[in-house]
Design a protein around this ligand. Sequence first.
Ligand code: 6GU
Length: 277
Amino acid sequence: MRLDVVTIFPEYLEPLNVSLVGKARTRGLLDVGVHDLRDWTHDRHNTVDDTPYGGGPGMVMKTEPWGEALDEVLADGYEAGAGAPALVVPTPSGRPFTQELAVELSSRPWLVFTPARYEGIDRRVIDEYATRMPVYEVSIGDYVLAGGEAAVLVITEAVARLLPGVLGNAESHRDDSFAPGAMANLLEGPVHTKPPVWRGRGIPEVLLSGHHGKIARWRRDEALRRTTAHRPDLIERTAPEAFDKKDREMLSILGWAPDPEAGRHGRFWRRVEDVEE
Ligand code: 6GU
């Protein structure tokens, strides 16, 4: 896979040299280009922004540097035979970045990222490139960052670990917490390693039992415990068939009960205090 990033802060993308993504690069699984948007400015001050039409606070990134930069980066990739490009535009007004979208992006041969600063990029730039290639406007969560560079790092890491050969075990993605198409998406429970006692704290007995069935059940119960506590929405959107008898027992212990109107609202379990008699 080829990745290009056009930014006014190329040094912000240094982490792409490190750890999983860095290793994928040195192993030739990932070809990354980071480009300074200001290389495509022609004035003394390397201006990339201007005041917004219609007024209002902040500045807007100008069309011309982005147009020239993207034309050149795209021409270079085409020459190198990178495959069909897609533009990834990080923006708080984008669609939510999910594991499902990470999987979709990981199947593309070439991603070009356009992280913006200020109030964003002149809309005409995105509209222009959308006539030539798929454009993904993506948000990484419900909060506002000062710029899109950190989002590029987030998206890149989520995508890179899905590429063939990057992680050791190809099977493992299927069991990711948010793997698309899973019966239920549950958060992972706790994990432990040696020593067996640390500051007086031991390991749950069952993990030392060697009983694989009991261990799997314990992990599932812990996942249910954690998910009800931190992400009740994941329980509520799970189809009832995804919960077996033991799951239902655990959910009941955790204070969850079948929704009396199950089926009509597509949610099966709800917290007992929400249930009306
Ligand atoms: Cl992708 N960019 C910015 N600036 N803020 C964000 C974001 C992206 N995702 C969430 N907040």
